[in-house]
Design a protein around this ligand. Structure first.
Ligand code: ZN
Ligand code: ZN
Length: 258
C-alpha cells in the first residue's frame, strides 16, 4: 500500500491511496484539469482511480468530485449529510454512508470517523488493508475527542492536519468572524492541538507521519514543526513529512506487517 497527495491546504485537498490495483481518492478539491495534471505527477491518470471517498462538503474537498465522477464514471462515497449539504448535479454511482458504518472497496475496509467540524455530517477515515495495515486520514476538525483518539490508535501511517498557529491566526489577514470560526471547536486543529493529539497516539508504530492542511496564511511549516517535532520520539523524527498546497507529497510506501 502506498499513499500520496495531490495538494494539501486550505485551497484544495486530495489524497491518493493505492493498494494492488485499487486506487482511492480521498477528496478532490481541485478542478478537473488541475487534478489530471497533479495525478500525472504521481504517474497516474484519472481513469486509474477506482473510487472517490469524500470527507465533507467544503469546497477545498469537493471541487472536483462530481465533475470527475461524471467524466470517468467513478463511484463516490459520502455521508448522507455531506450529500444533502450541497447541490452536486448528477453523480452516476453514488454510495451513501449511513451512521458512520465501515464499508469495503475491493479488499480495503474504509472506516468513517465522526469529527467536530462546521459541516453537516463530516467524516474522516481510516483505510485498512489486510496485508499492509491501517492508514489514517485526519483533517478538518476543531478539537480532539476521545472517539478520534481511539479511532486512530492502530494506524501504521497517518496524515494529520496542523492548520494554524494561534498567534499567526490572531494577527493574520482573516476577518474576525472567519478567525473565530477557524479557531473554534468546529474549525481546525492548531499546531498545539495536533501535538497534543500525537502525544496520545503510539507514534513508534507509525511508518510515516504526514502533517498537512497547513494554512498558507495562518501557519508555516517551521511553526508547525516547532510544536510537533519536540514531542516525537527520536525514531519518528525521520518519518515525518510536511505536505504543501502546491505539490502535496510524493508516494510513501507502507510495508507489510511482519
Ligand atoms: Zn479543509
Ligand atoms: Zn472543512
Amino acid at each position: 500500500m502506498k499513499f500520496a497527495s495531490l495538494g494539501s491546504g486550505s485551497s484544495g485537498n486530495a489524497t491518493v491511496i493505492a493498494c494492488g490495483d485499487v486506487v482511492l481518492l480521498v477528496d478532490c478539491g481541485f478542478g478537473i484539469k488541475d487534478t489530471e495534471r497533479r495525478l500525472a505527477r504521481l504517474g497516474l491518470e484519472a481513469k486509474d482511480i477506482s473510487a472517490i471517498v469524500v470527507t465533507h462538503e467544503h469546497s477545498d474537498h469537493i471541487k472536483g468530485v462530481a465533475p470527475l465522477a461524471r467524466k470517468y464514471k467513478m463511484p463516490v462515497y459520502m455521508t448522507r449529510g455531506t450529500f444533502l449539504a450541497r447541490e452536486y448535479g448528477n453523480i452516476p454511482s453514488l454510495h451513501l454512508i449511513e451512521n458512520y458504518q465501515p464499508f469495503s472497496i475491493a479488499h480495503l475496509t474504509i472506516t468513517p470517523v465522526a469529527v467536530p467540524h462546521d459541516a453537516r455530517e463530516p467524516a474522516q477515515y481510516t483505510i485498512t488493508s489486510p496485508d499492509y495495515g491501517v492508514l489514517g486520514v485526519l483533517t478538518d476538525l476543531g478539537y480532539i475527542t476521545p472517539h478520534v483518539v481511539e479511532a486512530y490508535l492502530t494506524c501504521d501511517a497517518l496524515l494529520v492536519e496542523a492548520n494554524h498557529d494561534l498567534d499567526m491566526l490572531a494577527r493574520g489577514p482573516y476577518p474576525y468572524s472567519l478567525r473565530q470560526r477557524v479557531a473554534s471547536n468546529w474549525g481546525h486543529l492548531n499546531n498545539q492541538q495536533t501535538a497534543n493529539l500525537l502525544s496520545q497516539l503510539p507514534l513508534l508504530n507509525l511508518q510515516h507521519l504526514v502533517v498537512g492542511h497547513i494554512s498558507q496564511k495562518n501557519n508555516t511549516v517551521e511553526l508547525a514543526a516547532k510544536s510537533i517535532d519536540n514531542i516525537l520520539p527520536e525514531p519518528v523524527l525521520n518519518r515525518i513529512h510536511y505536505a504543501c498546497q502546491d505539490e502535496g507529497f510524493d508516494w510513501l510506501a507502507i510495508t507489510p506487517k511482519k
